[in-house]
Write a protein that binds this ligand. Structure first.
Ligand code: ZN
Length: 143
């Protein structure tokens, strides 16, 4: 819509220019620097007032396009990481949820994350939402 209005304004300005430089001379207009310099000054101001907003609009449009593309790319990457957050270090398969098992090999039993494909115990750093339960000595129930 703004582009159409801008095009109409530009065409009107060119029409005025054509009338002054072509048609009025046919009706006997005498060239004089006094009126011509005023006319050139005003027409240049009008051109600048048309070009500056157009340049600003184009640069804002380009800036928005680049920003939208960057944020879309970032969102796609985040969605992919969210949908498949865990990678097994042994079989390299990706999955959403690990198997959670109790590990009795240590003094205190703790929950460990296990790969559902190859049953490898995963490091806690490999899964973002890992839950490791520590049962401290003072928390044990004395009977
Ligand atoms: Zn695995």
């Amino acid at each position: 819509m703004r582009m159409v209005a801008s095009r109409k304004r530009t065409r009107a300005l060119f029409n005025i220019d054509r009338i002054v430089h072509h048609d009025l001379y046919a009706y006997g207009l005498q060239f004089s620097v006094t009126w011509a310099s005023d006319y050139w000054g005003v027409s240049r101001v009008i051109y600048v007032c048309m070009i500056v907003p157009a340049a600003l609009s184009i640069s804002m449009l380009a800036y928005d396009l680049v920003r939208n593309m960057k944020s879309k790319k970032r969102n796609d990457r985040q969605m992919l990481e969210k949908s498949m957050p865990v990678t097994c270090s042994n079989c390299k398969k990706r999955f959403n949820k690990t198997l959670v098992m109790l590990d009795f090999n240590q003094k205190q039993p703790k929950l460990v994350n296990v790969c559902p494909y190859c049953s490898t115990v995963l490091d806690s750093t490999e899964e973002k939402d890992s839950v490791i339960v520590h049962v401290a000595e003072h928390q044990k129930v004395i009977t």
